[in-house]
Design a protein around this ligand. Sequence first.
Ligand code: MN
Length: 545
Amino acid sequence: MADIFVTGHRNPDMDSVCSAWAYANLKNTLDKQNTYIPVRCGNLNDATKAVFDQLSLTPPGFLKDVRSRLAPVVRRGEPMVDVSDPLTTLIPLFQTNPAAVGVMDGSRFAGLLTAEAVNSFFLQDSSKKRPSYHFVIDTIPKVLPGHFLKKGEPAEFTGPIAIGAMKYELFCEHMDAWSKEGVSPLWVFGDRDRHLQKAIDTQVPCIVLTGSQYKAYESVDLSRFKGSIFLSDADTSETLRLLRLSVQVRELLKESMPRLEDEMLFDEAKNMLHTGKYRALPVFHGNQYLGFVSRRCFMDKPRTKVILVDHNELQQSISGLEEAEILEIIDHHRVDGIHTDQPIYILCNPLGSTCTIVWTLYRRQWVPLTKKVAQVLLAGITSDTVGLKSPTTTETDRQAVKDLTEIAEVADYPAYTETLFSYGASLVGKDPLMLVESDFKTYQEKGMQFGIGQCEVTMLDDSRRFVPSFFEALEKSRSQHGLDFALFLITDIVHENSLLLAAGMGTLESHFAYERVSPHLFFLPGVLSRKKQLLPEVVRVLEEG
Ligand SMILES: [Mn+2]
């Protein structure tokens, strides 16, 4: 089960968005094993937004890039412990998963314990200072076999572990010295009634008696003692070992560590773990703890799965595609070398729009076309073929439109076309830079990097007064994208001709076969298609100019 993104090109036009939406819908119908998510890698233009609004459909969501994220490698559902659990609960967990164990404080995430944290807790025993432990009286019977003879105050305390095994006089010296210093050890005694009496008189916080067969405590008056006495079933050596392990997990959570977000980049998280001191880090989605990642999680990089529609060139595609796994390409443009590691499904067809190809796939697979799907496909075809008027239009596009207008119940197709184009047709009041970049494609040809933007209008004469501001915007866009030159095609879809603006071409622009109206401005009668008419002319100029 995987998420597979279906995306059109950057600065998506109607065909890109509609074909991504309709193809994802088709794939979700045919393949129940995976989830196909239509996305777009740029802003919706006004006309596309209007089409989806009127159909009450959610348009494909914006996706910034398809670089690998942390989420797929997070170790989820691993066993967790609570801060109040004794250290013994960690032993089986670290035996099966040596990387890390998540720790909760009730329902709140408290921290992540790595094997290093556990090691350093025990390694402190070898330091010169006598180690102290924080004992919680209630935790002792969870670890140590035996029972309380008496449970008193305090409920918890910090101190070293001491054994009363030496001669009585020496023992008393030790105990008095510690009392003076304010140190409260947890005392462990075997069969030592005088020692026990001294500890009772000194009111130490807790006493553990070992060797339960000796009943030394029976000859001692325990009634005045305020602390706790635990009778251990284990011998002294084992009792000491288990007492250390009765310390609560919270005592190991001394250090706060960075928290990772599941949406962060795989490479960024990998770098943090490989260059930092942490061997594992917790991962969150917002405030919710998901699991953790250890260095081992980064051995294989998961790749985002992507289907490309309406384009096949890396530089026109969603950011980070070089890291992703391309599964399919459905397109009607020239093919310009995308490299893949695995064999993939490619369907490139010189039809008027990608939506026409998607229509043929619905028909080929016998997947019923609902009215909504028909409406989306019809908008994409109509937009890309300029209402079947573009020279890119084929017989298949006409068949598709005939079929789709019936399902979509569109009786007057020319009127439908005019309405569709009116949504985005007026240049009045629009930001020139946004308009230039809203449908802008970049190319690399003959060692030149260049871009071509296009917009559709219904009145070209009206457009001429905007030329100076468009030229300024085009030049700005060219330099921002680091391009050698940039072109902008303003297409009058009613009268079927275009104006062309050229920025940064220098003397090359004089080689265009088009009528030059003024420097950097050309009139292109009968030209509607960037792909089929303008791009070949640009390539010719670059070759011959
Ligand atoms: Mn297209």
